[in-house]
Design a binder for this molecule. Structure first.
Ligand code: ZN
Length: 295
């Protein structure tokens, strides 16, 4: 039998070895924590998909798919920092319905607060995409208040902002930093960033025929209207027209136009598409592009 002191020493060594069994990733984060976060993400994703399906099914039942209002958001950034946060560059939000097309817009260019050590990365990203480091139209004064006013102006009570899958994480991270809240009669609740890809998948599926999410993504990303005029912010349209494809306001408009185009508004809802609201105010509206024909 071991003496009491040796037993204690043995026990403490065992405890130590238990601790050292915890595995870490290359950044030093415990794998158990990463697994928990991934599970949380999966749950959030399941809840979002269920909510979107419920919203679309309810609209279909009430025959109000074409008159329902949605808000779309696009945000670009100056730089993606090592702590997984972003320095926001530009935000575009549009309100639309299939009946009326784009009905109102919100836009802001943020000051370029680039932390030390990130300037080269920021210049490269700006030159290759939005070019916003060269803009002098930057202003974030009263941003949160103005965005809240914009989202609530019609008394609509939907705290959902839709964006494409690929930027859900960055948009959510940037808006959380701004502490944007949705204020309604029940108090203040955080804005929810939802997937436009999933929304469009369901809208298309209940209106025309069942499609997978990847087809919805493909339709939203059609490059047909990439350089359409008069849908970008004033700065991109007038000062940096070569970069309008990356303007947040242009991206939001193009999502609406691409949805209206592939949904065949006239056949599906009996809506005559209007220039500037359902399609850009140049060229002719094709209106017959089927999402299954786009490869
Ligand atoms: Zn712009």
């Amino acid at each position: 039998n071991l003496p009491e002191e040796q037993k204690l020493l043995y026990k403490s060594k065992c405890k130590g070895s238990n601790k050292s069994r915890e595995k870490f990733d290359s950044r030093g984060i415990p794998l158990s924590q990463i697994q928990e976060e991934e599970e949380e993400k999966r749950m959030k994703d399941r809840e979002m998909k269920k909510n979107i399906r419920t919203i679309v099914d309810a609209l279909k039942t009430r025959k109000s798919l074409s008159s329902a209002n949605f808000f779309l958001v696009h945000m670009s950034y100056y730089v993606h920092l090592a702590n997984d946060t972003y320095v926001p560059a530009e935000i575009g939000v549009v309100q639309f319905s299939f009946a009326k097309g784009v009905t109102s817009t919100f836009h802001r260019i943020f000051p370029d607060k680039i932390p030390i050590g990130y300037h080269f990365e920021a210049i490269t990203h700006s030159n290759e995409t939005h070019n916003l480091l060269n803009s002098i139209a930057k202003d974030e004064h009263g941003f949160e208040e103005d965005l809240n006013k914009f989202l609530l102006k019609d008394g609509t009570k939907l705290p959902f902002l839709y964006t494409q899958n690929e930027m859900m994480e960055s948009v959510e991270s940037m808006l959380t930093k701004f502490d944007c809240k949705y204020n309604d009669i029940f108090g203040s609740i955080p804005l929810k960033i939802y997937s436009l890809d999933v929304l469009y998948q369901h809208l298309y599926s209940v209106s025309i025929r069942e499609i997978p999410e990847s087809i919805a993504t493909h339709a939203l990303q059609s490059s047909e209207f990439d350089y359409a005029p008069n849908i970008s912010c004033h700065w991109h349209d007038n000062i940096a027209p070569d970069f309008i494809k990356y303007c947040s306001l242009s991206c939001c408009h193009r999502w609406v136009f691409n949805m209206c185009n592939s949904l065949r508004l006239q056949d599906t809802f009996g809506i005559i598409p209007e220039k500037g609201k359902h399609y850009p105010d140049f060229g002719s509206f094709h209106g017959v592009v089927d999402v299954y024909q786009v490869h």
